[in-house]
Design a protein around this ligand. Sequence first.
Ligand code: NAD
Ligand code: UDP
Length: 338
Amino acid sequence: MNILLTGGAGYIGSHTAVELAKAGYNVIIADNFCNSSPKVIKRLEEITGKSFALYNIDVADKNALRRVFKENQIDAAIHFAGYKSVGESVKVPLCYYRNNIDTTLSLLEVMEEFGCRKLVFSSSATVYGTKAPVPYKEDMETGNCANPYGWTKLFIERIITDYSAANSDFSAVILRYFNPVGAHESGLIGEDPRDIPNNLMPYISKVAVGELEKLSIFGSDYPTKDGTGVRDYIHVTDLAKGHVCALEYAEKHAGTEVFNLGTGKGISVLEMLRAYEKACGNKIPHEFVPRREGDLAEYYADSSKAERVLGWKTELSVEDMCRDAWNWQKNNPKGYEE
Ligand code: NAD
Ligand code: UDP
């Protein structure tokens, strides 16, 4: 089966490409490298021993996308392409709405033209907004998103749900990711942020490797186990495997189904820091600073639906996440730049 990965050169897409290739799928990647490197393709081939068709295109460009569908019989698409920085989305909201929604509409329209009826979409726990009680469950109300990025995800979920309601042969699986971290165990692919990272794990990695001076811990007075923020961190390889299960599900079902992909466990910033220190064998300089605006104290997934329906659950621990993140960071201190 031929699977199109929009944004397949990115952090989660590249790890998913590996798991799909291992499961016997033929992977076609469409990416414009606005937040990734073409060098990832060689690494994917090194890991899997397979080749990956690559289209350097803007996924919002329907003519370019048509070429991909003309040249390949695409059986299903996984839609990763989009902008993902929460802070940036507050500064340039129109860019976020334009890119995230246009890529989705173009993909759905071209899929319709070519009779491709299966889609998996990368959504986010951020759609639960700022008021939902934990743990988050798929049937909870969504909305109250804290930033434009979150709203793009919610609007896209709506677009996909409406489209599949109007087309009874269409199957959509919406995956709400929690906090993906870590890297492939080979150390050949991993997260490669372009600027100073905003997210916790890549920031810790840059401090551990000596590129940044110290970690600022945003808030020590949250009503959590140790006063620092709590999230549901998921190893990117576990997350990638969730996409293989989602595709298998989409092959057998029509309609839209939503799944949380998380571990179901909340980990604090301090717990993550200690685990990383153990993995890299060094103390990681840090300081406590005031809370970051817009941050929630604590959230984590109820992932029982994915386990029950998809037969998927996470297998890797926080120790595995830190070991693999550090392995990637120390072997590739400049990411894919070399
Ligand atoms: P990423 O930035 O590493 O990957 C996205 C890829 O899409 C990049 O390779 C980028 O070059 C490409 N892209 C963006 N716009 C494009 C366009 N118009 N045409 C072609 N390619 C385009 O991000 P990621 O962490 O791998 O995230 C993948 C998806 O998962 C995104 O939709 C993101 O919003 C979502 N998600 C990510 C997280 C996270 O914490 N990483 C959490 C929840 C959801
Ligand atoms: N965090 C922190 N310092 C950083 C980055 C993040 O203390 O430099 C905290 C943040 O306040 C939150 C947790 O780490 O409690 C996860 O933040 P991240 O940005 O990785 O994910 P998100 O907040 O989007 O879930």
